[in-house]
Design a protein around this ligand. Structure first.
Ligand code: ATP
Length: 453
């Protein structure tokens, strides 16, 4: 099941502490959101799952965590200063601003007026002053994508890790775009996170690798609990391609507001490495890039057979973390009608994504033996390193189960009189089946590890 509409997700996200409007007490800041106690766990778990699949499970990818503030020259040669724009129109009547390619008619969506300006390019990059003098002479951009720092660090990584083609560099981090019309909750925001892999390959092998990564990414999203029926591939037509792309396949997801891009997988050719390379004529560069005189680097790799210096092609799977969070929340959102006619809302996250892995509930919060045992179990389970294990002594077990259903906790462990007075067993209550079983505390770690794997 998925949510019926965005409002249900927004309401649950706020009520349970997943996501809040940023600067809420001052009326918010448009297109900016904060992740609350459960949101930060969910988001971290999604990022860890990506990092595991992209870096730890492979032997041909290294990681990077580069700075957000970016030298403007980088973004000049990457083509972003000139081309990273959206078409902007203004309504002369009510003064609202819109993205021309998002308008459904030639009327203003706000006031209905036909008096709109001609579209003009609007650069999406945020600028900030660097140093104490704010006279415009010294500024940096907030990166609009994490990718550029991977390209500008190409030589550093080559020199320090000596990889052979094909190999990749992975990075997760913030990116900023001054979107004209941020909307649809965390789908289109001005501050967001990306998970990007730049996978460098020999020219000529790029198209096969492009197909490979499209398939890999589809299976990864399925492993995060995204129903394959809610994903579609969109082969971006030539006239819509980004300036660096030879071909792009977008993974489109059926968000509550419609089918839209979750991840883009682009064949960026040798465009970026080529354009950041000095004296490009000395290297085998195939795409047409601007002549560069300012760079100080040769972002190329030597072919050990031909001895030729070659600028590799790059395949880039680039996923939005926030759009990923929205997709897995939407997929997890389930409302079930129970036998007694009541409803329960369950966030059926895959266990590895669940913000809280196990909640430990003492039946009596003022019973010394029960409390001590419950705290002891929390400590033991926490040592498994699976994520957050919560000790919660609100006393009402039934309500506790309901609340944990709604935040997606896969298992609740209840410690009661039987545990401390009779047989050292606890009740494990399963979020999805609502089944309860008694398990000996000696077997608890193995049970929980097995369930979460
Ligand atoms: P869109 O067409 O929706 O504006 P895009 O094609 O510009 O997206 P890319 O440049 O391919 O996006 O960025 C890669 C990924 O980064 C996207 O697939 C998306 O998940 C994420 N992303 C891009 N812009 C935003 C944004 N404003 N808010 C949230 N995520 C974003």
């Amino acid at each position: 099941m998925t949510a019926n509409n965005m409002d249900e997700l927004v309401a649950l996200a706020k009520r349970r502490g997943f996501i809040f409007q940023s600067s809420d007490i001052y009326g918010g800041l448009q297109g900016v959101y904060d992740y609350g106690p459960l949101g930060v766990e969910l988001k971290n778990n999604l990022k860890s799952a990506w990092w595991r699949a992209m870096v730890y499970d492979r032997d041909d990818v290294e990681g990077l965590d580069a700075a957000i503030l970016t030298n403007p020259t980088t973004l000049r040669y990457s083509g972003h200063e000139a081309t990273f724009t959206d078409p902007l129109v203004d309504c002369r009547e009510c003064k609202s601003r819109w993205r021309a390619d998002h308008l459904e008619s030639d009327q203003c969506p706000s006031c209905g007026s036909n008096d709109l300006t001609e579209p003009r390019p609007f650069n999406l990059m945020f600028k900030t002053a660097v140093g104490p003098v704010d006279d415009g002479s010294s500024f940096a951009y907030l990166r609009p994508e994490t990718a550029q720092a991977i390209f500008t660090n190409f030589k550093n990584i080559l020199d320090s890790t000596s990889p052979k083609l094909p190999f990749g560099i992975a990075q997760i981090g913030k990116a900023f775009r001054n979107e004209i019309t941020p909307r649809n909750f965390i789908f289109r925001v001005r501050e967001f996170e990306q998970m990007e892999l730049e996978f460098f390959v020999k020219p000529g092998e790029d198209e096969n690798w492009h197909d490979h990564w499209v398939n890999e990414r589809l299976s990864w999203w399925a492993a995060q609990g995204v129903n394959e029926n809610n994903l579609e591939l969109y082969h971006v037509p030539a006239d819509e391609l980004a300036h660096y792309s030879k071909s792009t396949v977008d993974l489109m997801y059926r968000f509550p507001h419609g089918l839209e891009e979750l991840e883009g997988i682009a064949n960026r050719t040798d465009y970026d490495l080529g354009s950041h390379t000095k004296n490009q004529g000395d290297y085998n560069i195939q795409s047409e890039v601007q002549p560069n005189t300012e760079a100080n680097a040769k972002l190329a790799i030597q072919d050990l057979e031909t001895k030729e210096w070659q600028v590799p092609y790059v395949i880039e799977p680039s996923a939005g973390v926030d759009r990923g969070v929205l997709a897995v929340m939407n997929e997890a959102y389930t409302v079930e009608r129970l036998e007694d006619g009541k409803e329960r809302t369950v966030m059926s996250f895959r266990p590895h994504l669940a913000p809280i892995k196990v909640a430990i509930l003492p039946l009596k919060r003022n019973h010394e033996g029960i409390v001590a045992k419950a705290k002891d179990i929390k400590k033991t389970l926490q040592k498994l390193g699976l994520g957050r294990i919560l000790y919660e002594d609100t006393g009402n077990i039934g309500k506790g189960y309901r609340r944990h259903d709604e935040v997606g906790t896969p298992l609740c462990v209840t410690v009661d009189f039987q545990t401390v007075e009779e047989d050292d067993t606890v009740t494990i209550r399963n979020r999805d089946t609502m089944a309860q079983e008694r398990v000996h505390t000696n077997d608890l770690s193995a049970y929980v590890s097995e369930y979460m794997s």
